[in-house]
Design a protein around this ligand. Structure first.
Ligand code: ADP
Length: 334
């Protein structure tokens, strides 16, 4: 498990519930999404209706599950949580849909990973609140229509573009979640520290926020590791010095790069003069699988403007040289 990975690990799952904002007012950042969603929910409440289906797109750890729970709370409705990979057969989905209560929120994480037949069943359920349950096999099979109570589907996906257009079009409201600004993550850290009963000053929070890769889940995880350090090595309170020292132990640098990220950058700069170099060659140089370099390390390096993927191979940007404190070779030399 990676300390700066955005996907929830076991520990995250165990402690995150305590840190989740409970209503829109408590939800930090994502200004546009908050304002729009607030309107959608208020209007539905005023009409006494079930809220429109909502699609949330964005990277892991940005608050999609949290928002779905907030939607349910704001509507005063119960919530059921499941995920695309958990629904492999249309029958699995039929079972869930037919047991929903009126107005219930169904949160479907990784909705792009549902099976095709389940997806087709979902189209009709979303639009007409009806499913056809197929009974029997072959020529004798019959479709038994089943009425569903109105419900609100909240779908989550890393990218809305991964969804087939007919599914995308059935959501009344689509919200795109952005990575968080450092100032917003500072507020996340302060809020979590308060809930965890940890003392932290402004500079300590800034230090953690700056290394959290725009992601509240990572901010909360780094805060827990820094808290451990502060308890063992100091009086439990977190300031800049403690945060910096703790994250040095965990090899998370000032910009949120971990050992793997830095190994990739260092190989690119020191062994290949900043590139261009092919992905496979780069992977061999750091002793990792191609996929690890491409899917685990590169996306953040690209987002940070440290590495570029070009048709001729991977290239380091001037910012990469600066970050590792190295001087790029003179242009046209050699
Ligand atoms: P996702 O479903 O997108 O992977 P989650 O909703 O599970 O993300 O959020 C991960 C963690 O980050 C949760 O513990 C939650 O408390 C915290 N979090 C996410 N967004 C916010 C926010 N806007 N304000 C405060 N905490 C947040």
């Amino acid at each position: 498990e990676r300390l700066v990975g955005a996907v929830a690990d076991g520990e995250d799952q165990a402690v995150e519930a305590a840190l989740r904002p409970k209503d829109l007012g408590e939800f930090i950042g994502q200004e546009k999404v908050r304002v729009q969603l607030d309107l959608v929910l208020r209007a539905a409440r005023a009409r006494g209706a079930t809220a429109d289906h909502v699609l949330l797109s964005g990277a892991p750890g940005l608050g999609k599950t949290t928002l779905s729970m907030i939607i349910a709370a704001e509507m005063g409705a119960p919530i059921r949580i499941t995920s695309g990979p958990a629904i492999q057969h249309a029958g699995d989905l039929a079972a869930i849909l037919s047991s929903l209560q009126e107005g219930e929120v169904l949160f479907l994480d990784e909705i792009h990973r549902m099976s095709r037949p389940a997806e087709e069943m979902l189209y009709m359920a979303m639009e007409d609140f009806r499913v056809d349950v197929i009974v029997g096999k072959g020529p004798g099979a019959t479709a038994i229509p089943l009425e569903l109570p109105p419900f609100t589907l909240v779908g989550a996906t890393t990218r809305a573009g991964l969804l087939p257009p007919p599914l995308r079009d059935r959501f009344g409201f689509t919200a795109h979640m952005e990575f968080y600004e450092p100032a917003e993550l500072e507020r996340v850290v302060h809020r979590s520290a308060l809930l965890l009963d940890v003392g932290i000053d402004a500079e300590g929070a800034a230090e953690i926020a700056g290394r959290s890769r725009g992601t509240p889940r990572i901010a909360n995880r780094l805060l827990r590791r820094v808290r451990d350090y502060a308890q063992v090595k100091a009086d439990g309170a977190i300031n800049r010095e403690i945060a910096g020292a703790a994250l040095k132990v965990y090899e998370v640098d000032g910009r949120g790069l971990d050992r793997l990220d830095r190994a990739v950058l260092e190989a690119l700069l020191k062994l290949f003069g900043g590139g261009p170099v092919g992905l496979s060659t780069l992977a061999v140089a750091v002793g990792e699988e191609r996929e690890t370099v491409e899917e685990v390390a590169e996306p953040f390096l690209v987002r940070e403007g440290l590495l570029a993927r070009t048709p001729r191979g991977r290239v380091a940007t001037p910012a990469a040289w600066a970050h590792l404190g190295l001087v790029p070779p003179r242009q046209g030399a050699g």
